[in-house]
Design a protein around this ligand. Structure first.
Ligand SMILES: NC(=O)c1ccc[n+]([C@@H]2O[C@H](COP(=O)([O-])OP(=O)(O)OC[C@H]3O[C@@H](n4cnc5c(N)ncnc54)[C@H](OP(=O)(O)O)[C@@H]3O)[C@@H](O)[C@H]2O)c1
Length: 202
């Protein structure tokens, strides 16, 4: 398969990219590094990405940002960071990418545990994660040519404990191999419209 991985040089993306590289042709896209540069929050940049890369069998997104801050301090613009990047960035990949996807191909998006189990300072991140879950459940009904779409929702991953561990008291970090398996299940499995939750039922 020819697999485009947006955010493929990040904490999760680098593990996902190196796994898929063993069996598939992987193209890494990122904002500042990768085989192709893209800002998924900008639809013109996403169009240019697909024109450059050509038809693909799978698009995996392990990118997307949202502002973390106390609700009292969040401005309207702060909320738009997550809406433009993590939410609309991933919607852009699907809406533009579907016309560059080979029949039977798949999209795999990324959210996280905050959609179901938010922690402090995550009103924006939790909100966009929930929005993506609903988007996936709805858009799977309309994708043509047997194109599938799923989303991997992971808990705090082991490789990010140093940076984010303090925000997740009592959470069990998720081994990187488990997270990678969520993406494998989506790309190489047959399911569609699934929220692949990679965390304990806490
Ligand atoms: N870390 C965790 O524990 C965890 C758990 C669950 C869910 N998640 C979610 O999983 C995703 C990846 O997390 P991560 O920890 O791997 O993040 P990360 O280490 O910050 O990596 C993100 C990658 O995405 C790229 N990127 C960011 N914004 C982009 C944009 N607008 N267009 C194109 N590429 C962009 C970055 O490229 P540059 O570096 O070049 O900007 C980077 O390579 C995020 O949505 C995060 O919320 C993370």
């Amino acid at each position: 398969m020819k697999i485009l991985i947006v955010g493929g040089n990040g904490t999760i993306g680098s593990k996902v990219s190196s796994h898929f590289s063993k069996k598939h042709e992987v193209i890494v896209a990122g904002r500042n590094s990768g085989d192709v540069i893209v800002d998924m929050a900008d639809s013109a940049s996403v169009k240019a990405l697909f024109e450059k890369v050509g038809p693909v069998d799978a698009v995996v997104c392990t990118a997307g940002e949202a502002k973390w801050a106390d609700f009292d301090s969040m401005t309207e613009d702060d909320f738009y960071i997550g809406i433009k990047s993590k939410l609309m960035g991933q919607v852009n990949l699907v809406q533009i990418g579907k016309d560059h996807m080979n029949p039977g191909g798949s999209f795999t998006l990324s959210t996280g545990i905050l959609a179901d189990h938010p922690v402090l300072m995550t009103t924006s991140a939790a909100m966009v994660n929930g929005g993506i879950h609903s988007f996936v459940k709805a858009v799977c009904l309309e994708l043509k040519n047997n194109i599938r779409i799923n989303v991997v929702s992971s808990g705090l991953v082991e490789d990010a404990i140093e940076h984010y561990g303090a925000y997740f008291p009592g959470h069990n970090p998720i081994p990187m191999t488990k997270v990678v398996n969520g993406f494998v299940k989506s790309v190489e499995g047959a399911g569609t419209g699934k929220i692949i939750r990679m965390y304990d039922n806490c």
